[in-house]
Design a protein. Structure first.
Length: 113
């Protein structure tokens, strides 16, 4: 593969990742039905057709966003061994605190948190 092809492939993958992150927020804010591919594409800075080229359909984009969200879960659900060793309630407390910190660290759509 030539350098130009590698660069284009990397650019395409970065664009896909940006699109998925933006789509996750749009689906969370508006729900599936009211999230619009055109608005997602506009925020990413690409044409709507590029989103369809990358994901095939709105359903494909939603599936990619869902898969990304599921892959993120273990990063903040896995309690450290010393917490797990203290038992279920301590582990649950750690999860709840971690979830609150995770949500608080995300400025959300309005940046009001």
């Amino acid at each position: 593969m030539t350098q130009g092809r590698v660069t284009r492939a990397t650019d395409a993958e970065e664009r896909r990742e940006r699109t998925v992150v933006v789509a996750m927020r749009h689906f969370a804010e508006h729900g599936y039905r009211d999230a619009h591919v055109e608005a997602i594409a506009q925020e990413v800075g690409v044409a709507k057709g590029t989103v369809f080229l990358d994901f095939g359909s709105k359903e494909g984009l939603f599936l990619a966003a869902y898969q990304h969200a599921v892959q993120m879960l273990p990063a903040w659900l896995e309690a450290p061994p010393e917490v797990v060793d203290r038992g279920f309630w301590d582990t649950l407390g750690w999860w709840l605190q971690s979830t609150e910190e995770f949500v608080d660290s995300d400025p959300g759509p309005t940046g009001s948190r």
